[in-house]
Design a binder for this molecule. Sequence first.
Ligand SMILES: *Cc1c(COP(=O)(O)O)cnc(C)c1O
Length: 414
Amino acid sequence: MERFANATKAALALRPDEPVYCFRPDVLRADARRFMEAFPGKTAYAVKTNGEEMVLRTLFEAGVTCFDVASPAEFAAVRAVSAEAELIYMHPVKAQSHIRLALEEYGIRTTVVDHEDEISKLTRVVKALDLDPTAMTVFVRIATKGEAAYELSKKFGCGPAQAIELLQRLDRNGFKVGLCFHVGSQIEDPDVYDGALKSADWVRKRAGVNLAALDVGGGFPADYGHDPAKEPDVMPSLPQLMSRVRGDIAEWGFADTPLVAEPGRVVVARAFSLIVRVLLRKGRRLYINDGIWASLSDSWTGKITLPARFIPDPSIRQRNGDENAIVPFRVCGATCDSVDILSKPFWLPETIDTGDWIEIGHIGAYSMALRSRFNGFYPDRFVEVTTPFDEGGMPHGFMSLETMEGYSDDLAAD
Ligand SMILES: *Cc1c(COP(=O)(O)O)cnc(C)c1O
């Protein structure tokens, strides 16, 4: 992979017309270690966040030895970088053939259920393979409530009374049992973990089984940008949030229970930025070469504000406007469909024009993982970059997906 000091140097050297992902392995290693030092238990990286081989390999080298996987392709992706890494299969709803593959071929011994039919599937496979159930840890996923950019308890997890039944049934069948939850993604309110721990404590007190582990899931927030027209949100830093979570773990009596966390976003977000090119400026609209069907889907669905840096093309001699005026631009994506328009503007210098580049920061989570081949556009070019996105010159503006009341109509009317 080609290496550059920063994305501006990469853009000026390559003059890319296709989007280019800038990978920062040092940042990834540092962020993984930062999480592992702050969390008082086992860290299982959630592979779905970004399952690129370069990511899994770098994480393994940084000391991440456990991976949260959900499908045969994810089992294989982790095995391809490490024969020893532990895999935990934390999808609550599984195909029976995948359970068999997990247990038989990949040696997976940790999984999760949120319904009795999942216990039946698992038990059938365990019997067919003549495995000892005491060698397996089966988590019961409880539903939780709270505010996240993505709320997942509408889809997975069981109520507390059902959790008690499932724990007791698994225990009778000879499995080691645990409790887990996943509160959603980009959690900025620590009370959400507190509420989930409270439910876990309620279930444990009534189930009367020995808990082998508690898995607190993922959801830890990454740092993103903010809208320059608004007050920045007050968001706890990872050390602050983690110190609250550690306190809550102790308060709810889980200090002596082996702990697991499944971070995704917080580990990988800062490890990539993305260079996009302005294919056309039409008034206050920018047409770029990426969009919601490729790298920008997560920021669109999750209403996440991403930081952006202007990379002017030096061959543009004539510019209009004031380079110090940071103004909102409506951003249109690369595909030929009308949905592919970011709902809210990018904030950039008034002088930006056709042919310039934009570096979008902190894009490592749920960007390349969610890209599609829709309309034939599939960003897949990578370079390595050594300087963190936040160093060496502030981003010129902020890409904003937040509500910009008053602006939208002007922008649409153009
Ligand atoms: C997606 C997912 C994660 C990772 O979530 P982040 O918000 O990226 O930390 C962890 N656990 C489970 C079960 C998931 O589905």
